[in-house]
Design a protein around this ligand. Structure first.
Ligand code: HEM
Length: 220
């Protein structure tokens, strides 16, 4: 095992800010939807709007950081080992089997994480953001006359937005559980707080333990 600096400062800030904002957007969103009672409807709408704008600003910085640091390459899905990773989570983990893939600084995500995170980044989050913006600018045509949208109704947009919110909520629950499956139950959590994690030595790598067929290169 070797102590490595796995998560850079911006990456950790982005991760926790995103987690807080999605939680706030989820709680206020489901209050607007009528499933929860917490802030009161009016305040829930105000907080949801404010958190949504903050989320958009965070997304802009995160896109810039992923592109300039080269870390975006780590999210490109690979075909190998996806089934091995699913089998590990369903049965292997309960038999004490070894992780089918090995985490390294340049390849932090296992094949299943790559697939799910890439799906969130290019599909689920864009759908929630786009439907949310349509929702926002349709709801207040008097306020934003120049950019208000001329669509018949919000029912389809609301269903799409809520569906995306359900996917994010389901991801959140699975994600929190899976963070406990590192070398110790809190190893992954501590790594995302401090940036450091104990990783297996590189030279013990076998063809089946490599996370990537081709290792991505980081610019910095
Ligand atoms: C930039 C991102 C987002 C924008 C612009 C946005 C915008 C909006 C707007 C304008 C509304 C309607 C508020 C009203 O009735 O006045 C809404 C509702 C809602 N939002 Fe978001 N939102 C965003 C992200 C999210 C996220 C990440 C979640 C969940 C994790 C979420 C969950 C919901 C839910 C469940 C509703 C209620 C839908 C309904 O029943 O009609 N939103 N959102």
């Amino acid at each position: 095992m070797k102590r490595e600096y796995v998560y850079q400062a911006f990456e950790r800030f982005w991760h926790w800010a995103q987690a807080a904002l999605i939680t706030l957007l989820g709680v206020t969103g489901f209050e607007i939807h009528g499933s929860l009672k917490f802030f009161g409807f009016r305040q829930a709408v105000e907080i949801h709007n404010f958190a949504a704008i903050t989320f958009l600003i965070l997304i802009s910085f995160a896109i810039f950081w992923h592109l300039t640091s080269g870390v975006w390459r780590q999210y490109v899905p690979t075909t190998g080992n996806v089934k091995a990773q699913i089998d590990y989570y369903i049965t292997g983990i309960f038999r004490g089997a070894p992780h089918p893939t090995k985490k390294t600084v340049l390849s932090k995500l296992n094949p299943l994480q790559k697939l799910v995170y890439a799906g969130l980044k290019v599909l689920v989050i864009p759908i929630v953001v786009t439907s949310g913006l349509i929702y926002m600018f349709y709801r207040y045509p008097q306020q934003y006359e120049i950019i208000s949208l001329n669509i018949k109704g919000l029912s389809v947009v609301a269903v799409i937005h809520t569906f995306g919110a359900f996917l994010l909520a389901a991801f959140f629950v699975m994600h929190v559980y899976l963070t406990t499956t590192g070398s110790t139950p809190t190893a992954n959590l501590k790594a995302m707080v401090t940036g450091f994690e104990d990783l297996p030595d590189e030279d013990h790598e076998t063809p089946h333990t490599a996370r990537n067929e081709r290792k991505p290169e980081l610019v910095n």
